[in-house]
Design a binder for this molecule. Sequence first.
Ligand code: F6R
Ligand code: ZN
Length: 196
Amino acid sequence: MKDVPYTFQLEPPDFIPSTYDNHIQRRLSAMRGQYADEAALAQMLEQEDTLLYDVYELRRPEIAGEILHGISIVHPGKVGDEYFMTKGHFHSVLETAEIYYCLKGQGVMVMETPEGEWAVEALYPGRVLYVLPRWAHRSVNTGCEEDLVTFFAYPGNAGHDYGTIETHGFRKLVVERDGQMAIVDNPRWQPPSSRA
Ligand code: F6R
Ligand code: ZN
């Protein structure tokens, strides 16, 4: 971890930071239960545990006042008709926001609040997205061939709650229908008020 002000480069075509501390890779096997078409996921897993996304983090103390930041790269592809996506999460400290800046590719951010309010915003190069405090977020690559690359920054004390999304999923799924991106209801999702 650096103890003097620092810079790093984000260069096309890959935008992998010129220096980073942590490289996380999430594969298909980490997404069991998250895709609507479980048979398609099982079939794909028989062939290969495909890499879905990479995250490159610059390490900072996980405390208020710091800003955690890095690059997220979601690769192109689908499970059934549902695009490759991140796991998605709420921040453990719900009242913490996040900023995303899209550097490459085409995609969307799927978001929702604990009360079930939802939003989907487009991501494309040059687009900045402010994810409000309290909104869970998942990035989805809706492009055919290109990676979806975003720079992210969020408060050091935010933490991550993956469990709520693992259990209930997001309210909306992003799928391909007749060659186009479509937003559909998640059949697995239940209103928070009716959850056990
Ligand atoms: C951090 C954040 C991003 C994601 C990254 C991978 O709060 O939102 O850095 O961590 O896009 O997604 P997840 O963490 O959902 O696997
Ligand atoms: Zn986040």
